[in-house]
Design a protein around this ligand. Structure first.
Ligand code: AMP
Ligand code: MG
Length: 394
């Protein structure tokens, strides 16, 4: 069976970055920029007042403190005024400094007597002025190819006049729950049935990554029913199924995927939970078949699907593995690399407390207390209090 590392590298080397697309600015949030964005003009585009006050020639202040106000320049005005010796103009924050003037006196440091303005505190050249091009120079690369577009980068693109942006596409994902016993929440639940929680976990994980998804509902453990849904799921860029990938008599998913030309890349990884994870590829779609137990679904998503989606979007597909110290002894059955729920808290370093009553991959409820998975190698049966351990924070 594949090790975790082998499976991870097979996933990452198989999935490819999606093509580029041009989208409205806000729709580019959390995507990766394709191509550089250069400044088409200086920012500020003109010498700009940083204050509400009076623009004047600072050199005049060596010989006078009273100035003649010759007019007003509100922000955005295209009105032209020229300042000569002994003159000033009423100016607002963001207005273009008029020719002649080289500084602005804050309104608070002036006294108005009709047309005459008395300056109570002198200013130096360029005081209270933002100079043309001091933030951004025309022609500079402001956002470079491969940048992650966070709110700040989006607003920076807007400040350069972009209303659309070129990005690497987000994948379209389909989700399918499988199992005769699976019932949609809100419906009546009969004996032996359980509610579908996996599709909701996956939908929320995808939503939190801003990745569009389509939920295909539930397919029974029946070849015909699986066929219809699987055919539809393979239309997306990535298809996630839960349940039906183990070795039970009704675990039909790999067989039906095969009949639709999905090439198996691996089926089975030496990890706990998540051993039966299936990964395959059709012409346009990558397929993950996750075992039905909710914790396996969560582990499978964090370890493999999220990095795969990141790579498809042009991001670096990296697992953020950190180190911390155990607060108590920990025991496990050796054999597979284990991902156990823990509560990680930070106090100078990370402190890792295993979730005591966790009893396996079906135990979604125990995860309420947890915020990460501790990673313990397949040879480990015991770790002592204070041992250094690796973990992934959710
Ligand atoms: P399977 O992988 O189909 O053998 O399912 C393993 C376990 O996960 C079984 O106990 C299923 O009832 C449970 N399970 C399967 N699908 C779901 C689902 N969509 N939501 C919650 N539990 C599920
Ligand atoms: Mg099943």
């Amino acid at each position: 069976m594949l090790s975790f590392e082998e499976a991870f590298s097979k996933v990452i080397s198989s999935v490819k970055r999606l093509p580029q697309d041009i989208v409205d600015l806000v729709d580019g949030l959390d995507c990766v920029l394709a191509g550089d964005i250069k400044a088409g003009f200086d920012i500020p585009p003109f010498n700009k007042s940083a204050m509400d006050g009076y623009a004047l020639r600072s050199e005049d202040l060596s010989s006078q403190i009273e100035f003649l106000c010759i007019g007003e320049l509100p922000a955005g005005t295209s009105q032209k005024l020229v300042i000569n010796k002994g003159e000033c103009v009423r100016i607002m924050t963001g207005s273009s400094l008029p020719p002649g003037a080289d500084a602005v006196v804050m309104k608070e440091n002036t006294e108005k007597q009709g047309e005459r303005i008395r300056i109570l505190k002198p200013v130096k050249p360029q005081e209270n002025v933002c100079l043309k091009g001091e933030d951004v120079k025309k022609g500079d690369v402001i956002l470079s190819h491969g940048s992650l577009l966070r709110p700040l980068e989006i607003s920076l693109a807007a400040s350069l006049g972009c209303n659309q942006i070129k990005i690497y596409q987000r994948p379209e994902v389909s989700i399918l729950a499988t199992g005769d016993e699976i019932t949609e929440p809100g419906e009546d639940i009969g004996f032996g049935k359980i509610f579908n929680s996996n599709s909701y976990l996956l939908a929320c994980l995808l939503s939190s990554m801003r990745i569009p998804y389509k939920s295909l509902g539930i397919a029974k453990d029946d070849e015909n029913e699986l066929r219809n849904k699987i055919e539809e799921g393979l239309e997306s860029n990535l298809f996630i199924l839960s349940g039906g990938v183990s070795v039970g008599d009704y675990d039909l998913v790999p067989k039906v995927l095969d009949s639709y030309g999905v090439e198996k890349i691996f089926h089975g990884i030496s990890i706990k939970p998540g051993k039966p994870i299936f990964f395959g590829q059709s012409e346009r779609c990558f397929v993950f078949g996750l075992p039905g137990n909710p914790v396996s679904v969560f582990v499978g998503f964090l370890l493999f699907i999220k990095p795969a989606l990141d790579k498809m979007m042009g991001k670096e597909p990296k697992l953020h593995i950190q180190k911390g110290r155990l607060t108590e002894d920990y025991h496990q059955k050796p054999g597979r690399k284990q991902f156990s729920p823990v509560k990680a808290t930070f106090d100078e370093g990370w402190i890792i407390t295993p979730i005591r009553n966790y009893h396996g991959s079906g135990d979604l409820a125990s995860l309420r207390e947890a915020n990460g998975f501790m990673i313990a190698g397949d040879e480990i049966s015991h770790l002592s209090k204070d041992a250094e351990v690796e973990f992934i924070l959710w």
